[in-house]
Design a protein around this ligand. Structure first.
Ligand SMILES: Nc1ncnc2c1ncn2[C@@H]1O[C@H](COP(=O)(O)OP(=O)(O)OP(=O)(O)O)[C@@H](O)[C@H]1O
Ligand SMILES: [Mg+2]
Length: 285
């Protein structure tokens, strides 16, 4: 057993059989900095929300999950207190070097570019939109990591040139199908998933498989459906609280990483819990 990745949020181990074990920690990052505070049980919320969506979308695309049962994992992960609800064993995928962002609403960097250029990532937007308005059709905008490690949006034409039309079209189609299915389900439960990010890879048989986490508040914008309206920035279930506090205190993106006040950490923990409960219908992790 060796640790192969210590990401911003996950610790990734490789078993002797070549599977992965992903442990989702309570770490939180904002503005690309891992903060010096943890959010109690955040890792459980992310892992269990992802598992819920993987199950719901397994007819659209196979996912990387092998099991979430600790007793079926290497003995190192038997400690329920430490690993329960936050750990999965997965297939090790040959990951594609892209992130696939699906946008259902006019917001964020898309809004900025739309106002300036009437386009986003090389895709023209002809319709009139207000801030936070639902798009006529969801839009897939891939990105790659550039040499500084930051994400850089790329055009669909570039994706096609790099991986071929057929693979690109398949990926875009799968992205839209997963987004639409989960979007409808979340909407019924009071959450608008405005946009999200997927990561794909190929398994040992060359089958396209979805990996990482899906449709979580860390990989998506989650908005409260009850008071959503266009023209204003919606109330958000993700890290917006933390981001706002960092900006107010001029601590966004600084190192050494700031520590959050207890109150902000607790409020954020409650938001992740609320997301988890709304989506899965379960009261406890
Ligand atoms: N099934 C899989 N096979 C191989 N790698 C995977 C698989 N699922 C997830 N990963 C990778 O494991 C890592 C998860 O760690 P974490 O989410 O903490 O990363 P991160 O710091 O967010 O980095 P990134 O910005 O690349 O997502 C990511 O690099 C992700 O691409
Ligand atoms: Mg990640």
């Amino acid at each position: 057993m060796k640790k192969i990745i210590s990401g911003k949020v996950r610790e990734v181990y490789e078993t002797d059989n070549g599977e992965l074990v992903l442990v989702t920690t309570d770490r939180i990052s904002a503005f690309d900095v891992i903060l010096d505070s943890t959010i109690p049980n955040k890792g459980k919320a992310l892992n269990l929300i992802s598992l819920y969506w993987f199950e719901l979308t397994k007819d659209i695309i196979p996912n990387h999950i092998i099991t979430d049962d600790l007793s079926k994992m290497p003995a190192e992960f038997a400690d329920k207190e430490k690993y329960g609800s936050r750990t999965v064993m997965t297939k090790k995928l040959k990951m594609l070097p892209y992130e696939f962002i699906v946008r259902g609403y006019m917001f964020g960097s898309m809004w900025e570019d739309y106002k300036k250029n009437g386009a986003y990532c090389g895709q023209p937007i002809k319709e009139e939109y207000q801030l936070a308005e639902k798009l006529k059709e969801p839009m897939v905008t891939p990105s790659v990591k550039n040499s500084e490690g930051h994400d850089e949006n790329i055009t669909l034409d570039r994706l096609r040139a790099e991986i071929g039309d057929e693979k690109a079209d398949e990926l875009v189609d799968v992205c839209i199908k997963i987004y639409n299915k989960c979007y409808e389900e979340a909407k019924k439960k009071g959450i608008i998933i405005a946009d999200t990010k997927f990561e794909f890879g190929y398994d040992e048989n060359g089958v396209l498989t979805i990996g990482d986490e899906i449709m979580t508040p860390d990989s998506s914008r989650f908005w409260a459906a009850e008071d959503y309206k266009t023209g204003v920035s919606p109330r958000s279930y993700d890290k917006q609280f933390v981001r706002d506090w960092l900006i107010e205190n001029k601590l966004n993106g600084v190192t050494p990483a700031p520590k959050l006040p207890e109150e902000i950490a607790e409020k954020t923990a409650a938001l992740y819990k609320e997301c988890y409960t709304k989506i899965t219908g379960k009261a406890e992790y």
